[in-house]
Write a protein that binds this ligand. Sequence first.
Ligand code: DC
Length: 226
Amino acid sequence: MSEHLNIAIDGPSGAGKSTLAKAVASALQIRYLDTGSMYRAMALFATRRGVSVSDEAGLRTILDDADIRVEYDERGQRVLIGDEDVTDVLRTQELAMGASTVSAHPCVREKLAELQREVGRNYDVVMDGRDITTNVLPHTRHKFFVTASPEVRAERRLKELRARGSMQETYEQVLADIKLRDHNDSTRAYMPLRQTEDSLRIDTSEMTIDEALTTLLNAIAEKQDR
Ligand code: DC
């Protein structure tokens, strides 16, 4: 078990996990590890190598070359493939879907989960993803399942896209995309997204970020005191 403070947050896409995890990290002055970005980097690496994100055998052949690393600077977490900082190109819909597909392969998950555990062993950190409570940090007492209804998540996502000047997506498309990723992430055979019995469930559908953050920080403080 890690000597460090390890906080694990799982939940479906667009539930507010990363906003909350970043706020927790900043309130507690600890690191934030966005594990989804590592799966996105893996999808990018495979695509560049001409390997399909659904080709398990092909992925195995390039896995040892996939030098995916995480570093921190004043901007926060950076994701590198070798020496190249790819952080700013990872947040596309294609790579989100690619990450969802590539993450179903046990060989990919084993590799990335081990890198994530290493961060937990070395630093105080809050991590968010789909298998943090179940697989990456199963021994921590700070476990959370952050969720919201698919409709609320689609509305939030659409707002975000509009704010970035992207006008072509419709609400229906965004909702369908969210439901497809939920389905992929929670029905895959290996390490699907699921809520553990000892996770505190936070449904953000009807909550402000501040309310959710207070709930999280109180729960962390309570368990630290024990
Ligand atoms: O959190 P995100 O949208 O960046 O994640 C992209 C995809 O990566 C998501 O659909 C499922 C996968 N993922 C995963 O399987 N396990 C994690 N710990 C994080 C992400």
